[in-house]
Design a protein around this ligand. Structure first.
Ligand SMILES: *Cc1c(COP(=O)(O)O)cnc(C)c1O
Length: 464
């Protein structure tokens, strides 16, 4: 499979190149040159298949020419061997129509593990026989950082520098990052917001001299391999609920549009997806985009769902690229306009065709709390706040097919918010039990590009 940039002028890469690169050199994002299809028979054949077998079938076309089936299977077996549930992403029934797809059984309690455990394996595999050394630089509002650090801690040939906003991640999230003492892990608390941290990371990626001195790589969802790994659980869940004979809808708590974009890809590959519900909190740029084409950046309101407190959803560009007829030149112009004015009006013919598959809902804090109480009173399930936003959107969708809400985090990861809404304080699962006894290590830096550039340059391994 070849990978091309959404902005049309970066070099075409193979799967290895797309995995090891962050942003494309033209500022775009890498996508497969075409969407591969699974036949009805191939989808039917996934009935009863294990998660790893499903993963090999679904991801095979994306890695073709770079990884053999045996290699892919071995990497998946190791990546998913660390999950605490045999089903990896089990389905839980809530009522006659609603299901939860539990994506939080990995080491750091959020769905990010599903992709980042595999990405860690892919990095190691691709670097094994090369003299390349990767320098991963990322910013996190909490979940990506912990999952990425867990995925690469202790690996040779990789250093990870993870920026989090000082004092603005939960205690569980911070400790999941800062108690990892492997020498290749560098935690940086930035004096500033998540947006400040993300802007610093972008500036480093766009700094040609710096980017040339080190081999910079990305672990956030601009990395295609992450989205690829997330396509798998859409197939896994839908087949269990009757696909390909029955169509299923998914409700997805959305921030950067990565997780729900993976559902879009599953539909392009032939999975009968009735609808994808884009669930947002009050930071509703995506809801506005789907309702009226208004994609304009407001200021971020902090909520109980920090992983969705986002005003620019990087992966939305991948959908727009398809909606534009895969016109990289038009996309480059559109995105340049957005980057300079922080606003864009999506033409009605583009957003209109997206509405055939996508709908959206904006859930406020009351709607979130009501969904948490409904799930706990009526179905005996304690939900994390992000999942509750998804469930609230699912229950208000008016659909009459099975609706699967993606449960993106374990409730214990956000236990203060869960306790406020339900009175229940979820306890941490045994696999993270000693988190609060372990030593923490991180450095605090001012929120400036210079401070972070100097810090990384002193510690990273220059390109060979
Ligand atoms: C990252 C995250 C999301 C948002 O996912 P995107 O792929 O950015 O849309 C939702 N919930 C939780 C718990 C997350 O960690």
């Amino acid at each position: 499979m070849d990978y091309i940039s959404t902005r049309g002028s970066a070099p075409t890469l193979d799967f290895r190149g797309a995995t090891l690169t962050g942003l494309a050199s033209d500022g775009g994002l890498y996508v497969p040159k075409h969407w591969p299809m699974l036949t009805r028979a191939e989808i039917a054949g996934l009935a009863g298949a294990s998660y790893v077998d499903t993963a090999v079938t679904v991801m095979r076309p994306f890695v073709a020419g770079v990884l053999s089936d045996d290699e892919l299977r071995a990497l998946c077996t190791t990546a998913y061997g660390r999950f605490a549930h045999e089903g990896i992403t089990p389905l839980v029934q809530l009522d006659h129509q609603h299901w939860l797809l539990e994506l939080f059984h990995g080491p750091t309690l959020a769905f990010k593990d599903v992709a980042l455990q595999l990405l860690g394996q892919l990095f190691e595999h691709f670097l094994k026989d090369s003299d390349q050394h990767l320098t991963i630089v990322g910013a996190t509002s909490g979940d990506t950082g912990s999952a990425a650090i867990d995925g690469v801690a202790g690996r040779e040939k990789v250093d990870i520098f993870m920026l989090h906003p000082l004092g603005r991640v939960s205690d569980v999230q911070r400790r999941q990052m800062t108690t990892v003492l492997a020498p290749n892990v560098h935690n940086i608390a930035i004096e500033g917001s998540f947006d400040d941290a993300q802007a610093i990371v972008k500036a480093l990626f766009n700094d040609r001299a710096f980017n040339g001195r080190f081999t910079l790589s990305a672990v956030n969802s601009i990395n295609w391999a992450r989205l690829m790994a997330q396509i798998v659980y859409y197939f896994y869940a839908a087949v269990r609920l009757g696909a390909p004979d029955r169509s299923v809808a998914f409700s997805v708590p959305t921030g950067n549009f990565g997780d729900v974009f993976a559902g879009y890809v599953a539909a392009q590959m032939g999975l009968p997806v009735e609808r994808l519900i884009v669930a947002t909190n009050v930071n509703d740029i995506l809801h506005r985009a789907f309702v009226s084409g208004d994609y304009s950046q407001g200021s971020v309101t902090p909520t109980a769902t920090p992983s969705m407190d986002i005003q620019v959803s990087s992966n939305f560009e991948r959908l727009l690229f398809d909606l534009s007829g895969r016109d990289g030149v038009a996309m480059a112009a559109m995105m340049a306009g957005f980057e300079s004015t922080k606003a864009m009006s999506i033409p009605e013919d583009m957003i209109g065709s997206a509405r055939a598959l996508f709908s959206s809902a904006r859930i406020d804090p009351d709607g979130m709390a009501m969904a948490m109480r409904w799930a706990s009173d009526r179905a005996g399930q304690v939900l994390d706040p992000h999942t509750a936003i998804g469930l609230a959107a699912a229950r208000s969708s008016g659909l009459d097919v099975p609706v699967v809400t993606l449960a993106t985090a374990h409730p214990a990861k956000f236990r203060d918010a869960v306790e406020r809404a339900t009175g229940i304080r979820p306890s941490l699962p045994a696999r993270v039990g000693t988190l609060f006894d372990r030593e923490e290590r991180y450095d605090t830096l001012p929120g400036t590009v210079d401070a972070v550039r100097d810090y990384v340059a002193e510690r990273a391994v220059p390109a060979a």
